[in-house]
Design a protein. Structure first.
Length: 173
């Protein structure tokens, strides 16, 4: 191969310079593309992480809803049990009171008329107090009703009215 002196190729310096400039521009463009690719890869990773986070949040919301439903169901069951226990206690107290009332009636029948009148006045007082107690219990029930939802017990006012002396008890006057 034969080399010609530089004078024979006067534009070779310009060409080399142009090629070097072009290579530099290409290298810079490649560096910029590399940076953009790294940014794009980071963003893809962030989007994937965000999707995972959204999925995890969805699972957390589902678990929270399940927990809330479970807690509500447990509270409702506990409330039903409390009401059932209260009913049993009330029935026991009522049965005890009936037995005690029958015993008192037997004693009252042996009392002189003046003492019987005094007992009757006491019974009237208790009857009045019981009516007031029923009003207070109905107020309490009505106050709690919005928190409980559906009615949990029949109305106290649906119970037979309290009389001065039950029909099954003999008159002591």
């Amino acid at each position: 191969m034969q080399f010609l002196p530089d004078a024979a190729h006067p534009n070779d310096g310009d060409t080399v310079h142009a090629v070097a400039t072009a290579v530099t521009h290409v290298a810079m463009a490649l560096d910029e593309l590399k940076e953009q690719l790294e940014i794009a890869n980071r963003r893809v990773g962030e989007v994937a992480a965000a999707q995972i986070t959204e999925t995890e949040l969805g699972r957390l919301f589902v678990r929270a809803a399940e927990f809330a439903d479970s807690a509500i169901a447990e509270a409702e069951e506990e409330a039903r049990q409390v009401v059932a226990d209260a009913r049993m206690d009330a029935e026991r107290i009522l049965a005890d009171a009936r037995i005690e009332a029958e015993s008192i009636i037997e004693e009252v029948q042996r009392l002189p008329p003046a003492a019987a009148e005094q007992v009757q006045a006491t019974i009237d007082g208790f009857t009045h107090i019981n009516r007031e107690l029923i009003k207070e219990l109905e107020f309490l029930r009505d106050t709690l009703q919005p928190q409980l939802g559906a009615p949990t017990a029949p109305s106290l006012s649906a119970a037979p009215p309290v009389t001065d002396a039950p029909a099954s008890y003999p008159d002591i006057g």
